[in-house]
Design a protein around this ligand. Sequence first.
Ligand code: HEM
Length: 122
Amino acid sequence: MPASIIVIDDDQTIQETVRLDFEREGYAVTAVTTGEEALARIQSRRFVTTRRDRDWLVRYLRAPDQMLADQDPIAVTLFAKYKNAPMPNLRLSDGEIAVVLSFVEAQSGGRQDEARQGPAPR
Ligand code: HEM
């Protein structure tokens, strides 16, 4: 998972130039015009259900150990981030996964696809 950068500049040309520079360096870049927009983007990715897509969350809750073994890039990154403590496979049924995810979504302002407003982040 590449590190993310938000470029804020009200000059379209500068915005594009800086964005391209960082993208060439391998960063995931979002370019916006105002500080408010930048904060809104950060806010919208605060919760796991708005940060990850639903399909990934379902697969991860079903078998986090398998995702790690298969070298899923997000699972590998999280594993390293949490000092090699693996998330255990909780043997949740598909029904239980659906209930858990609905609960988390309800607590955190919806899913990624519902939370996005305006143009999708780049
Ligand atoms: C129903 C209960 C649980 C749910 C819904 C859940 C959900 C999740 C989710 C969605 C992630 C990914 C976070 C992200 O994408 O940023 C995660 C990661 C993680 N979870 Fe859980 N989890 C549960 C139970 C547990 C338990 C019981 C443990 C430990 C005993 C645990 C340990 C971890 C760890 C260590 C990670 C980071 C991944 C890694 O280090 O490999 N989780 N969990």
